[in-house]
Design a protein around this ligand. Structure first.
Ligand code: 5GP
Length: 173
């Protein structure tokens, strides 16, 4: 049986989302923002963040790259599974990720999105796991930082399970 150690409580997630939402609201005031959620892990985070942005015009879209599957080690072979539908040419884009670990997924996605000619691209992540970073990625807005460990809950899965847990746990197999 895996062991689940609570890492980030529900109220702390909410508090951190309010904090970054306030900064994002200030930074994008008077501009039209496109939030691009990275499926599937960012779905709850994006839903909670989007509700707290006090901006007049926010568009939302999703894309999906290859994920961990049943493994707990980041893949370096990234495949695009679902692209965006919204036209982002000349728009301000904020990529919304669950966890940035090696940064390879995000580096791939940012390169992909740049080809559509957005005005700007920034990155917002629920968790910045910087210890294993391989790609030169800047996380512009992060709720929290963790050193290492495999996390589940609040959108994060292990073999597609545990995404519905309301808080974030360190899973020990
Ligand atoms: P990266 O390409 O930055 O190494 O990996 C990013 C992706 O790997 C994340 O979007 C997430 O789907 C997955 N990932 C990285 N660390 C964890 C983790 O601790 N738990 C889970 N469930 N997924 C993770």
């Amino acid at each position: 049986m895996p062991e689940f150690i609570p890492v980030i409580k529900k109220h702390e997630i909410q508090r951190q989302i309010l904090r970054i939402a306030e900064t994002i609201t200030t930074d994008y005031q008077g501009r039209e923002l496109v939030l691009i959620g990275v499926l599937k892990g960012a779905f709850l985070f994006l839903a909670d963040l989007a509700r707290e942005l006090k901006l007049e015009k926010v568009k939302i879209d999703f894309l999906q790259a290859s994920s961990y599957g049943a493994d707990t080690v980041s893949s370096e072979n990234i495949v695009m599974k679902k692209d965006i539908d919204v036209d982002i040419r000349g728009k301000d884009v904020l990529v919304v990720e669950d966890i940035v670990d090696t940064g390879l997924t995000l580096a791939y996605l940012i390169n992909h999105l740049k080809r559509y000619g957005p005005r700007s691209i920034k990155v917002c992540a629920m968790i910045d796991k910087s210890e294993r970073r391989k790609a030169a990625i800047k996380v512009d807005y992060a709720c929290t930082t963790v050193e290492n460990g495999f996390l589940v809950g609040y959108g994060l899965d292990y073999a597609e399970d545990y995404r519905n847990l309301p808080e974030i746990y360190h899973m020990k197999l």
